[in-house]
Design a binder for this molecule. Structure first.
Ligand code: MN
Length: 307
């Protein structure tokens, strides 16, 4: 059985722009190597917004050297970037953006969501790129809810949505640069999910709603059957031994299960840039300031009269 390395409490929240009240459940400042290839996870909301003509969000900003994965549970967000790509995602949808060599983008509540108001509940996960792919051209994958396989667990225990990687032979739609699983779990109160992982892999559980008990004892020891409970917005980091994770929902719960092969490369991050060396960070700043990340099209270009 895999052992729990540590359970982390959520920090206090902060705002990203004026649209996203988040708690950073982990960041590359503290846990970059332990959770590699995952760099950061911002848990946004759940938060209620009143109807508004003003669209809340975060304006143009750059990224280089990694990927941002936005998973929407409630609400609707829109994205536009310097490659000319853009899109709107709602409940169940995922946007997997590869910043690679450099991108400038903006992230806002959708116009419709802003006007109607309502609950925003989403996650943004940052996934590192291996050194050899950090300067890959920026791209963008929209993964719609209907394209994400949902595997029902036996005995009505809940479901596993495979965003990336594989569960029981079903592959998720995300293209990833290194092997990883991003599973979106729904667990029914009192039921169990058992999953085995090979040695050497990073495995972490992020509890989004409810509480989940995790078997913490080694079989055959006095601690066998002992359980530790992780609550809403807590992060559970497991050891890298081969073994089984046993999750038991205390009441209905939802969570993200992240696992992946660690990159085992130096991580040097500075705000929206995550590279391998300090020199590469300096280069990123210089390239961004020189406009080498490209430019966003003017916001009203498509609406402008053609005369
Ligand atoms: Mn961003």
């Amino acid at each position: 059985m895999k052992r729990i390395q540590q359970i982390f409490d959520p920090p206090s929240g902060h705002w990203v722009g004026d649209g996203f009240p988040v708690r950073s459940l982990f960041t590359y400042d503290d846990q970059a190597q332990q959770l590699s290839p995952f760099l950061l996870l911002d848990y946004a909301g759940p938060a209620d917004f009143s109807p508004s003509k003003h669209r809340r969000g975060v304006g143009e900003h750059p990224h280089r050297g990694f990927e941002t994965v936005t998973i929407v549970y409630e609400g609707e967000v829109e994205h536009r970037d310097s490659t000319g790509a853009g899109g709107r995602i709602g409940p169940g949808d995922v946007q997997w953006m590869t910043a690679g060599a450099g991108i400038v983008h903006e992230e806002f509540h959708s116009q419709q969501f802003a006007r109607a108001g309502g609950r925003l509940h989403m996650v943004q996960l940052w996934v590192n790129l291996p050194a050899r792919h950090k300067m890959t051209p920026p791209t963008y994958q929209t993964l719609l809810d209907r394209d994400i396989p949902r595997i029902e667990l036996p005995e009505g225990a809940g479901s596993v949505r495979v965003i990336a990687g594989e569960y029981q032979g079903r592959r998720g739609p995300a293209h990833t640069f290194t092997p990883m699983d991003v599973w979106d779990l729904r667990l029914v109160g009192g039921r169990e999910l058992r999953v085995s992982f090979p040695a050497g892999r990073t495995v972490a559980l992020v509890v989004l709603n409810g509480a989940i008990g995790i078997d913490a004892g080694q079989a055959g020891t006095e601690k066998a059957g002992a359980e530790q409970v992780a609550a809403e917005a807590q992060l559970v980091q497991f050891d890298r031994e081969a073994g089984e994770v046993v999750l038991r929902a205390h009441g209905n719960a939802s969570a993200l299960l992240l696992s992946g092969e660690p990159l085992n490369e130096p991580i040097v991050g500075y705000g929206p840039f995550v590279m391998n060396t300090r020199g590469e960070i300096m280069q990123a700043i210089e390239d961004f300031n020189a406009g080498r990340f490209g430019q966003m099209a003017p916001r009203d270009l498509t609406a402008a009269p053609t005369t």
